[in-house]
Design a protein around this ligand. Sequence first.
Ligand SMILES: Cc1cc2nc3c(=O)[nH]c(=O)nc-3n(C[C@H](O)[C@H](O)[C@H](O)COP(=O)(O)OP(=O)(O)OC[C@H]3O[C@@H](n4cnc5c(N)ncnc54)[C@H](O)[C@@H]3O)c2cc1C
Length: 399
Amino acid sequence: MMAAGQAAQAGAEVILLERNARLGKKLAITGKGRGNLTNSAELEDFIVQFPGHGRFLYSALYRFTNEDVRRFFHEQGVPTVEERGGRIFPQSQKASDLVDAMRRFIEQAGVRIHYGHRATAVGVRNGAVQYVNCGERQFAAEAVIIATGGASYPATGSTGDGYRLAVELGHLVETPYPALVPLETAETWVRELTGLSLKNVRVHLTVGKKTVAEEFGDMLFTHYGLSGPIILTASREAVKALRKGANPVVHVNLKPALTVEQLDARILRDFNKYSRKQFKNSLGDLLPQRLIDPVIKLSKIDGELLVNQINREQRGQLLAVLTDMTFTICGVRPLKEAIVTAGGVSRKEIDSSTMASKLIKGLYFAGEVIDIDGNTGGYNLQAAFSTGALAGFSAGAQE
Ligand SMILES: Cc1cc2nc3c(=O)[nH]c(=O)nc-3n(C[C@H](O)[C@H](O)[C@H](O)COP(=O)(O)OP(=O)(O)OC[C@H]3O[C@@H](n4cnc5c(N)ncnc54)[C@H](O)[C@@H]3O)c2cc1C
């Protein structure tokens, strides 16, 4: 949508082919329906949020910055607000407002939208694009921007068509795999905690003895394992380890604001307060109710014991569980449940200063169809907007 609108503003006659009956189905569900559209981070910090490949985005993020995105939506009547971690949301807290704004923008720019039109092939003659096929229909074109998204959440329309189109055009496509994806644990008891979210915890992910990721924030238990923002971010390293045949381990520190000594003192205070109660009835001040039973089981202390019978060693066992609750990761959820798709059209064959194909004249790529994937926090939408805008500027100005 951004690519189409910018190309039209640059003077091109633009047709937008959308396979769905409406625009922006995925955009409408971003940020749990609140639309975390970008982040207030500096450009260099953005680059870091695309581990190992952020440099590719430099020109795009420079030409159409996070400030440009905010200004763009503001001008379309969607003011934005900043939240924790620099995350930017529409003031209305409605991702659907972003979709409406995009639609207004492209309609005003004169883009003709064809709904229910699924692109099936891009035609090339003498090394330059000529047309796009949509089933029976054919649209002549001097430039084509492929912005079909990744292969996650296929019900939104992004089923990976762009990968196939790119391969047919001779482009290399790095094998798509899930990124920002919930993790499956070997511990099936987590099922009992489904829906429980933990705020301000610290997790670190180990592979063998090595810590490969560390995150602070919120996480969520699900019927298969772990999810929530910090787990999704850590999942990048978990996926890498699993692909190498290793089983990474997630360690959760439930009380990261306290040192072990402070936590021990805190437990002692509670134990004094509840000294005549059973152990299982003494943790209510420290833990969410649903977490008490699993913590007791993991601590291997008899829940029926009176608190004043618990010895120092047992208190040590409890401390260990509270500061290092471990989960063995045995898999990740499938690609269709990933927030973004890693892999995609190889960056090597795209000119990062224009988003043009290096192989075919008049062909451009934008958004998640490219082999880019960022962390949570608004980075992925910004990358889509920036690469979309750059592809639009370039295609619209094409001679
Ligand atoms: C649940 C969820 C929450 C998310 N939340 C956030 C968030 O808060 N912040 C953030 O930065 N990122 C978020 N993301 C990631 C972000 O939504 C994507 O990275 C972004 O939408 C990619 O944009 P895109 O334009 O490349 O692709 P898409 O948004 O997937 O759009 C591609 C469009 O192309 C259409 N299409 C596909 N194939 C064809 C075809 N052959 N012919 C015609 N049309 C076709 C599709 O129908 C679709 O409308 C979230 C993702 C998910 C799944």
